[in-house]
Design a binder for this molecule. Structure first.
Ligand SMILES: [Zn+2]
Length: 300
C-alpha cells in the first residue's frame, strides 16, 4: 500500500528516516512551514528557511525516492513578534507561488492572541487570492474553542471549507469540523495526545470521509512512520482497506491536490532517482556509495 504523510517537518529529520519512510510505502510528504523551536530574530532566517523548503529539502527527499511538497506561512507562535511578522508577510507571496507549494500553512492560533488573529486573517486573504488550500494548526490548549474560532474566521473571510484542512483534531472536535464541511486531519503522537489506537477508533466511529492521518513529526518526540503504522493497525483491527487508503493517502491528495501542484502521476510516473545528482553543487552522499534506481543511471 502507498501512503502520503501530509504533515511532517523533514528539515528536522535524518536520512535514516527518509529510508525507513520509503521502505514503509510513503511516496509523498507535505512539509508545513513552522516554528524551529528557537524563535527567529531576522526576516532573512525566514527567507532562507522557505528557500530550503522549496529547494534543498525537496531535492533531499527526491534522493530517497520520496516526493516532497510544502506549505508556506507564518506560524502562530512567531506571529506574536509583530515587527518581524510584518516583514515575513511581505515575503510570503513570492514563496507561495513556487513549484511544489500546495497551500498556505501551517497557520492559525497558539495562545489565541490579538497578533495571532491578525496574521491568521492576513494569510487567509492571501490563500484566497492565490486560490491555495489552507493548512490550519489548532491550539493544543483550549482545543475545542480554538478549533471553532479557526473555522469561524475562515468562514468570515469567505474561504471554501473544502479548501481548508483543520489539523490536530481529537474526538472532541472532529464531528463539528466534518459537519461544517472542512477536512479533519489528525496528528498521531507516539505516546501522548492522539495515539494510533485512538485513531483507529476515530475512523470506526466517524468514517473515512474527509479524515486525514499525519505524523507531524519534527524535532520533538515524534514518529515519522506514524502514518504507515496507523494504517497497519487499522487493517489488523478490521477497518476496511478502502478506508485505510482514503485516510492515509487519497484524502490528503484530494485536499492538497486542489493547489494544482500535487498530482498522483508525480510518483506513479517517477523514473527513479540517482544519488549522484547535485543541488547547487551538493549531493546527499558524503562520500558514500550512491543508490541509483533510475534506469538511465545504471552503470554497465
Ligand atoms: Zn507542524
Amino acid at each position: 500500500m502507498q501512503f502520503i504523510d501530509p504533515h511532517i517537518h523533514m528539515t528536522s529529520r535524518t536520512t535514516d528516516d527518509y529510508q525507513a519512510m520509503a521502505a514503509a510505502g510513503i511516496v509523498a510528504v507535505i512539509e508545513p512551514s513552522f516554528w524551529l523551536g528557537q524563535p527567529r530574530t531576522e526576516v532573512g532566517s525566514f527567507k532562507d528557511y522557505y528557500s530550503s523548503l522549496v529547494g534543498w529539502e525537496r531535492f533531499r527527499a527526491s534522493q530517497f525516492g520520496i516526493k516532497h511538497y510544502c506549505t508556506i506561512g507564518l506560524n502562530s507562535k512567531e506571529a506574536n513578534n509583530e515587527t518581524l511578522a510584518e516583514q515575513v508577510i511581505e515575503l510570503l507571496p513570492l514563496f507561495a507561488s513556487k513549484e511544489g507549494v500546495v497551500g498556505i500553512g501551517e497557520i492559525g492560533y497558539d495562545d489565541q492572541t490579538k497578533a495571532e488573529d491578525k496574521y491568521f486573517r492576513i494569510q487567509l486573504e492571501l490563500a484566497k487570492e492565490l486560490g491555495l488550500p489552507v493548512q490550519v494548526h489548532t491550539p493544543h490548549r483550549d482545543k475545542k474553542s480554538g478549533t471553532q474560532t479557526s473555522m469561524d474566521v475562515c468562514e468570515e473571510h469567505g474561504l471554501d471549507p473544502s479548501k481548508v484542512i483543520i489539523d490536530h483534531n481529537n474526538e472532541e472536535t472532529v464531528q463539528d469540523v466534518l459537519d461544517r464541511g472542512f477536512w479533519a486531519a489528525f496528528t498521531i503522537y507516539p505516546k501522548t495526545k492522539m495515539g494510533n489506537e485512538r485513531m483507529v477508533e476515530v475512523v470506526r466511529r466517524f468514517g473515512d470521509e474527509r479524515i486525514i492521518v499525519d505524523s507531524s513529526a519534527d524535532w520533538g518526540v515524534s514518529d515519522p512512520l506514524a502514518v504507515p503504522k496507523t494504517a497497519n493497525l487499522m487493517i489488523q483491527k478490521g477497518i476496511a482497506e478502502k478506508s485505510v487508503r482514503l485516510t492515509c493517502y487519497q484524502n490528503a491528495l484530494d485536499a492538497y491536490g486542489q493547489s494544482g501542484q500535487m498530482n498522483e502521476t508525480d510518483w506513479l510516473n517517477d523514473e527513479g532517482h540517482d544519488q549522484r545528482e547535485l543541488f547547487s553543487g551538493n549531493s546527499v552522499l558524503r562520500g558514500q556509495e550512491p543508490k541509483i534506481t533510475k534506469s538511465s543511471g545504471i552503470i554497465e
